[in-house]
Design a protein around this ligand. Sequence first.
Ligand code: PLP
Length: 413
Amino acid sequence: MLQLDSHPTGRHFLQIPGPSPVPDRILRAMSLPTIDHRGPEFGVLGRQVLTGIRQIFKTQHPVIIYPASGTGAWEAALSNTLSPGDHVLMYETGHFASLWQKMATRLGISTEFLAFNGTDEHLPLAAGWRRGVQADLIEARLRKDTEKKIKAVCVVHNETSTGVTSDIASVRRAIDAAGHPALLMVDSISGLASADFRHDEWGVDVTISGSQKGLMLPPGISFNAISPRALEAMKSAKLPRSFWAWDEIVEMNKDGYWPYTPNTNLLYGLSEALDMILGEGLDNVFARHQRWAAGVRAAVNAWGLPIQCADPAVYSPVLTGVITPEGVDADAVRRLIHQRFDLSLGTGLGKLKGRMFRMGHLGDSNDLTLVAMVAGVEMGLKLSGVKLAGSGVQATMDYFAGHVAPAALQKAA
Ligand code: PLP
């Protein structure tokens, strides 16, 4: 057993943007006995989760489930569709887009990293990390590629390092407007099941996702949703792959099995998560996260601190990044909040280290969990000597009190 120095009372506030707090219902489902992964019962479970997950991605086509973290599913997307030396267009929205680009380079893919070319008053060194993908830059670049050398366009849907989303439909329109055959690959590791996502309608060829964010599961499962064009590309793709290879998995998944040992208990959890999310309805799930995000942003605005996302059109419903005043180490504030109030916040990643922290509003949460998070942050900022313009707690309470949650309306009816 993990030995903790002390046993704090009450629940820890896990307010990082994933892994998100796991509902008790899912934890209980995962505590069922592990079964034979080649036996008949497993086939039923396998078929059930493989069918249900398609509804979450909004696709009619196969979704691969890997016993791996999201990073594995990134590699799977690239290695199943590309060949050594292939050229791909990626877009720098933040730390995770940068890690994906680094991975592609390590795999022997030639990458081109597009980025916002403007300036920013608060974060001059990371201006592009405050905005979403600009589809017009992608369109302009694809139009220049008359020889169609670019094999794929890779973008992150919800940049977890910044709290900025990107308009995926606009990227598809840009590719089509340029008349370009490049595949569209989208990382929706932290967007799926919290932010609107439509694999088929938006013409995405591979969507990559993970279990530990909107699906409210522990880490350990990741996904590739694949279009018929991506499956076709697989046939001529020459990057080495074995564990990640789609062909054998798709074949065995038809009966609900895998070519290797899947993580049975996490699949029990996935089955329960699908019941919960599809039972609530995806549109309600998205509206719930939008409302939570607006309540949390009300606090940041009341404090008078800049939100990491500089464009209100693409605020993330999953997390809010807060830029600390010059000279205030955001990680020191986080540490103090953790020590004093048993509340975990997300750290600033890469270029943002020490300059911002991230408040997660996803997973097993509700209005009062988020008011408590805001209270913990407000106390921590004050204790760190940050001058606040007003009370964020009051602003969040006012927002939630003034905007009735759809679930509460249903209860009252
Ligand atoms: N992409 C995004 C947008 C993420 O948020 C993360 C993890 O937080 C990853 C990729 C990497 O996934 P993992 O840490 O599960 O390997």
